[in-house]
Ligand binder design. Sequence first.
Ligand code: ADP
Ligand code: MG
Length: 338
Amino acid sequence: MQIFKKKNESSIPPRDISAEKSVAENASDSDAAKSAADSDEENREQPFIICDSLVKIYKTDDVEVMALQGLDLEIRRGEFMAIIGKSGSGKSTLLNIIGALETPSAGKIIVDGKDLSNLSEKERTAYRRSTVGFIWQRATQNLFSYMSVLENVEAMTYFDHMKEKDRREKARRLLETVGLGDRLDARPNQLSGGQQQRVAIAMALMNDPKLLIADEPTGAVDSRTSAMLQEVFREVNRKLGVTVIIVTHDISLANRVDRVVMISDGKISTEKVIREEYREKMNELDASGEGSHEEYSVLDKAGRVKLSDEMLEEAGIDSSRVKVEVKDGQIVITGIER
Ligand code: ADP
Ligand code: MG
């Protein structure tokens, strides 16, 4: 499990590291080169995103809502993951904090080595523009209706120093990547909901983000369109190496990612990790998500673990007190008669 990972345990395959090391060692014997290689290695071992005991409290006139209640989560660079959970469980709040649209009330959020809670307003804006691409649920939130598809994508870099020709070329290429190379001159209202979301993905990629975050991007489209959008996200993740985080209700989408985490009551409760053999199969053919993931419960830093209603029912535990013992190296929880 991620949060208890030993410091030196790497999330990238060991062969990558040794390859890197031997290159550095062959290149130069000096201590400086070695320590540079070491710190490089350290950077690569660090998770891309670290959520450390995140708390978010929303205060309105008379009520306080604790949207995140000490959430811990680590995300690897290049990971393709989904977040699921009931409405109101804190999914959007988490995405907004990762995207620096909101600041946590307590806890730490580190993305790509940057502590987001310590940024100035200017730095936050720069972070949002350079590191993150956003995709919202309703396609209309993502697009300018009075511009063509191509212009919408180009508009994302209007404030950058970029030659007009290069900008156009890049926008065109991204629209091809998302399968809209033949609709460059269309207006958003001439496109289907799924096509509009493809435009939104191209727009989000225009600034070369390291991270794509999508809040229920397939919430307003039918299941066939949703499947096509999944494919686009997967392509983007695989071809461009962009880390992708999707909040979704769509279980078929959740089954196609590397990892699915579930949030309940503002904390991560369970996570499913894709099985290695399935990952290989998925790369070869268009497999369905059935039986593809292994499910784990998440033990947080305070030693808490959430037991689902289903588990409790199956074990016949219906009391609020339980006996917890270690037996033969396993933790056994038994209900206590009232
Ligand atoms: P989800 O995306 O999982 O449906 P949210 O993160 O949007 O959940 O919301 C988590 C909780 O925080 C909910 O109870 C919601 O009502 C509350 N909340 C979210 N945003 C605000 C806000 N701006 N002001 C007050 N309460 C909010
Ligand atoms: Mg939401």
